[in-house]
Ligand binder design. Sequence first.
Ligand code: GLN
Length: 470
Amino acid sequence: MRNLAHLLETRQVSSREIVEHYLGEIKQQEPDLNAFITVDDVGALAQADAADMRRSQGNPLSPWDGIPIAVKDNISTKGLKTTCASRFLSNYKPLFDASVVRSLRDAGMPILGKTNLDEFAMGSSTEYSAYGVARNPHDRTRVSGGSSGGSAAAVAAGEAPWSLGTDTGGSIRQPASFCGVVGLKPTYGWVSRYGVVALAPSLDQVGPMARTVEDAAILFSLLAGPDPKDATSADARNFEVPFWDDQFVKDLKIGVPEEFFGEGLHPDVEKAVRRSLRTLEGQGATLVPISLATNDYAIDTYLTLVTAEASSSLARYDGVRYGERVHAADSNTMFSKSRAAGFGPEVKRRIMLGTYVLSASHYEAYYEQAQRVRTLIKLDVLDAFKQVDVIITPTTPTTAFTIGAKRNPLEMYLSDLFTAMANLSGIPALSVPCGTDPKGLPIGLQIMGSHFREELLFKVGYVVERSAAR
Ligand code: GLN
């Protein structure tokens, strides 16, 4: 992005030209990619013209003023439709911007449009979107991943230079891995959730998706910081883009958890990740075999908590406060008819599961038990960081799967096998492309660090990216 910023700064290119370029790509590719739910060409061009005006007057808002971005459609944008890929919100236009969108606007970045996702961010393929699947730019018979599949596909296909995603159990990292882009799930609390439509508030985070590690770090620097509007916002510092250094992994201790290299891991993925690990070792890092035994419980714990929290987060969609109304003679029938018509099957499944685990007779056995296990998982992870600086694993067990391949919801849930742990423990995790399988499909490597160690993750990611490019 520094190149583009330089071209803008030296007036070799205008923001209007850049935005027109991306809108052209969108127009050409969207009919079969379907990465966007809403394209705001009129708004993006107006914002580009405003950026060009600021430049011509010598007062850009930031180095990135005039560089456009795509935003996942569960993040509120004032006056611009925010559907969460649900029929229920098909006409919903927020009255305010999410704080992260405010940050983009404060930096002068035009918003190209809103990207496709699984309905309310529940899923791993965008097949649960009410607006059709977002296809994988590397092979259009395959999924882009999910739930931030549209944000990943748009960047990979060159429809947007970078984008925002959200990650509750893997929704930034898994699609980043499937589409061959970089994606960060930040430390819980470092990025504001104000105006982000909640799936599971104790797990959700917004994060950057980009073509390079540096771009992801730049975008993260615009997002990270305290927000008085978000009660869970950490009282944290801002984030500075690090100084890049190839030599930096020397003496770094990298934990390699055996549990992430066992059953279910595709051999092509294992090969690529191990090759990157060897390269890091060749550059002076020490590989330390570690155990994260509690990962065996991560999916069960995650699903119990995510469904419980979702059932409560989604109570507000009743056809009155939010959502399309189906008229009926009395209010209870109106609520249930509206919800029956508005929500898709996966959302209904999760609301039912969540209501069950929170019910008076099962609350202790499921919800409370899951909270206890969550604590054990967190302690396990924190323990590992006493021995090592970062932990490296594959991001996903396989490369992108074929559209329609996972008919059973349980199979779909297993997509989060390696990613849910970071959400449960609140730590940051970065997915970086580290190679391709024999079919040419991208493979992602996940770097996890202790809370607020994003800088370290980006630095290691930078070395992985350089070695994968060779
Ligand atoms: N695939 C996960 C799920 O279905 C992740 C969702 C997310 O991170 N938003 O819950």
